[in-house]
Write a protein that binds this ligand. Structure first.
Ligand SMILES: Nc1ncnc2c1ncn2[C@@H]1O[C@H](COP(=O)(O)OP(=O)(O)O)[C@@H](O)[C@H]1O
Ligand SMILES: [Mg+2]
Length: 346
């Protein structure tokens, strides 16, 4: 497609320039002949050469205008397409706000597939009691992230149900649901604004003191003090002026402000160097206190202390239990631990 586009542009510009050149040549040729024949004065020829320019310039401008008009028009069409896109997840007409009690999560017989031929989850059932810390373990591509996305209803289940405090997430208003569920993942979304704006994204009406307190809990204080403008520093488009660890801590500060009852940590620390990981780990521990928490982590130390570990394979839960129980069972988890964690647990 681009090839064709550039080909057309090339053809168009060469033809255009060719004819402009031809105009000058013609004027000079004919003018030269007329002067030689004594029918024209040399100064008239000079004037004609200038007329060529006067004639060509508006044509150039017109063509440039058509070019930028078409570009603008396609851009506008694309903008319209995006704006008219109907989200697949729709609130029911009679959706009600979540009546939050303690934040218990219940999966009953959940099946899910991104496309119909390849199911990711089949008949998955488990309950995370309010205030408990559960972890998901299993090979990459086994469906851990998928399980996490079903709780804030980023996707709808194809069978069974996901409930929070006994209420099916499909019956709830999306606002109340997403206010209750906080997610930390590897990819942090920051917008171009100040650090304070980005933290406030968790709670728009937060006071400056609240923002500062959240930043402190997220281990951002030392970093903020090193900046001349502190919280008012601009982060650049998508946070380009910050390191991965700094972005991550901003996203954690957001959640301290938002204060969700349920917390999902999806490999939040796996893309970081050891030092940032340590600080973020501490911040996350603080954040997960008194919340129902579901963690996916690449570090054994992070999931070892979970109340329960769910081991996921291609279809659903293959094993479950505490770290000790699963090691004693000497099954999938035990082999997974010895293969994946032995070098990283130092
Ligand atoms: N948005 C998506 N569209 C289609 N398939 C997906 C999508 N996200 C994940 N998958 C597929 O679903 C399966 C489970 O993925 P995921 O839940 O991300 O695994 P994990 O987090 O355990 O690595 C994989 O086979 C993956 O290719
Ligand atoms: Mg994942």
């Amino acid at each position: 497609m681009f090839r064709k586009n550039y080909r057309a542009m090339g053809a168009y510009y060469t033809t255009n320039h060719f004819f402009q050149g031809m105009l000058y040549t013609a004027v000079l040729g004919v003018g030269g002949y007329l002067i030689a024949a004594g029918k024209m004065h040399a100064s008239e020829l000079a004037a004609f050469a200038l007329y060529v320019n006067v004639f060509v310039a508006p044509i150039d401008i017109l063509l440039e205008f058509i070019d930028s008009f078409l570009k603008g028009y396609t851009g506008f069409r694309r903008f319209e397409e995006v704006m008219n896109e109907v989200p697949t997840i729709q609130e029911k007409e009679n959706a009600h706000d979540l009546e939050l009690k303690d934040g218990e999560i219940e999966f009953s017989n959940v099946s899910f597939a991104y496309d119909e031929d390849s199911p990711v989850l089949e008949d998955v059932s488990f309950t995370i009691p309010a205030g408990k810390r559960y972890s998901l373990a299993g090979p990459s591509g086994s469906g851990k992230t998928t399980i996490c996305s079903l709780i804030p209803r980023f996707y709808d289940v194809s069978g069974g149900s996901v409930k929070i405090d006994g209420q099916d997430v499909r019956d709830l208003t999306l606002d109340s649901l997403r206010q209750t569920v906080g997610v930390v993942t590897q990819d942090v979304y920051l917008f171009d604004g100040t650090i304070a704006d980005n933290i406030r994204y968790g709670k728009w009406d937060a006071t400056d003191e609240e923002v500062l307190a959240a930043a402190e809990k997220a281990n951002l204080s030392a970093f903020l003090e090193s900046l001349p403008e502190g919280l008012e520093t601009r982060v650049g488009e998508k946070g380009t002026r910050l390191s991965g660890g700094q972005k991550q801590r901003i996203s954690i500060a957001r959640l301290f402000l938002k204060d969700p009852r349920i917390l999902i940590l999806d490999e939040a620390t796996s893309a970081l160097d050891n030092e940032s990981e340590y600080y973020i780990q501490k911040a996350l521990e603080r954040l997960s206190e008194n919340r129902t928490c579901l963690t996916i982590a690449h570090r054994l130390s992070t999931i070892e202390n979970s109340d329960e570990i769910l081991v996921i394979d291609g279809q659903g839960i293959a094993e479950r239990g505490t770290h000790q129980q699963l090691i004693a069972q000497d099954g999938l988890y035990a082999s997974y631990v010895s293969r994946n964690f032995e070098n990283r647990n130092a």
